[in-house]
Ligand binder design. Structure first.
Ligand code: MLT
Length: 410
């Protein structure tokens, strides 16, 4: 008899975004006349076409694969040198990162989940609340938690509540943790961490011999020049941090798939017998066994993001989405709601009107305004009473969402 990984049975309902899609489908089927009015501001999926530089490079990559003289089969599992080098030069200049510390992948969702492969059992895992659900669910699948309570809080995880009083940036805990997930700019709250706050986390990690799992998928949206884009801007992080980066939100690669992980050689973990092992070595070994690399045309397209034309095109995309975020912030404020995020991040995090839970607000927005938002409680129990609006949309859709919001609540 084949037994299953029973940890999966501890997972709550469906993964958040498919669950939202299911509810939207059910609403559309029951209300066909309204279905065409629906505007989706739920999942943070880009809407604007790929930068032209990426499209050209991808075409060129495909052409190369179509000619005998330039055909390539399997690429290096860790990524092509041309892309690893471009990342170092354009994203980590002066930060002491070398190309062999960059590992290319098919995206950050996979990386932040798969990273658990290289860590042992029994680590104390700290997670902010609310949080990107992938961090929690993958720890549940890996057997790093007990059961969830009625609010969806798992036994065995160290939750770090984030709320208006701490600006949605968790302070370092008094307790010990071995692995700490941090995401800045934050998904879902849109909060950013100051240099001093990140310094405190690096100091904590070094004192506790812990590893920071730093998700910087939204770094390109930072507007404030004082906010660090990378954890490696903080002294000491090269001994205690792993950083996740993505081309999804800056280059619009959500459907193309490409991301990367930075693991400095000086980041090590304990082998439990008094020895230390570089984590990059384990991640590289894992890649070689379980992954055959992102495709060549995709890596060509990713590298083109760093060309002069590519950079200008990405800047225009960021400006477009941040313009949307500004409009959404203004509309929610005018509707009398408390508004967070949306300044250095493409997510606007909003307090629900008095008396409404996150899912009540989701239902109200869907049934009365035909706008899909994400209920804050889907990101953890501390997200209850909030909802998230994604700024990834066309300008005309966002303007319409603002009009409907004001008509509904204003
Ligand atoms: C989100 O909406 O939180 C993101 O799109 C999810 C993701 O990037 O996987």
């Amino acid at each position: 008899m084949a037994t299953i990984n029973a940890n999966f049975l501890k997972l709550k309902a469906g993964y958040l975004f498919p669950e939202i899609a299911r509810r939207v489908r059910a609403y559309s089927e029951a209300n066909p006349a309204q279905a065409s009015r629906i505007i989706r501001c739920g999942i943070g999926d880009v809407t604007e076409p790929l930068p032209a530089a990426a499209v050209e490079a991808m075409h060129a990559g495909v052409e190369e694969l179509g000619r005998r003289e330039t055909f390539r089969g399997y690429g290096p599992e860790q990524g092509y040198e041309f892309l690893r080098q471009a990342i170092v030069e354009h994203q980590f200049e002066g930060l002491g990162i070398s190309a062999d510390e960059v590992f290319i992948s098919d995206g950050s969702k996979c990386d932040t989940g798969n990273i658990l492969d290289i860590f042992g059992q029994g680590n104390i895992i700290a997670i902010t609340d609310p949080v990107y659900p992938v961090y929690v669910d993958t720890n549940v699948m890996a057997g790093n938690t007990g059961d969830a309570d009625a609010k969806g809080t798992y036994a065995g995880l160290l939750y770090l509540p984030c709320h208006p009083a701490n600006g949605f940036v968790a302070a370092v805990p008094n307790e010990h943790a071995d692995l700490i997930y941090l995401c800045f700019p934050n998904n879902p709250t849109g909060a950013v961490a100051s240099r001093a706050q990140l310094e405190a986390w690096v100091a904590y990690a070094r004192e506790h011999d812990a590893i920071l799992l730093f998700d910087a998928a939204y770094e390109a949206f930072i507007q404030d020049p004082t906010i660090p884009h990378s954890i490696f801007e903080i002294e000491g992080a090269h001994e205690c941090a792993i950083e996740f980066r993505s081309f999804s939100k800056n280059g619009g690669f959500t459907g193309v798939r490409c991301g990367y992980v930075i693991i400095p050689k000086s980041v090590t973990g304990s082998d439990g017998m008094g020895g230390r092992v570089p984590l990059g070595q384990l991640w590289s070994r894992r890649h070689s066994t379980k992954f055959n690399g992102a495709s060549y045309p995709v890596q060509k397209a990713a590298a083109a993001i760093f060309s002069e034309a590519g950079k200008a095109q990405v800047a225009a995309l960021i400006q477009h989405y941040m313009g949307n975020a500004k409009l959404l912030r203004e509309a929610c404020t005018a509707a009398g709601l408390s508004v967070f995020g949306g300044v250095d991040a493409p997510y606007v995090w909003v307090g629900c009107p008095a008396g409404l839970s996150s899912w009540d607000m989701f239902d109200k927005m869907l049934s009365e305004a035909q706008v899909v938002i994400t209920p804050g409680s889907g990101f953890g129990s501390a997200g209850e009473g909030f909802f998230r609006i994604s700024a990834f949309n066309s300008r005309s859709n966002v303007e319409e969402v603002c009009r409907r919001l004001l008509a509904l609540l204003g």
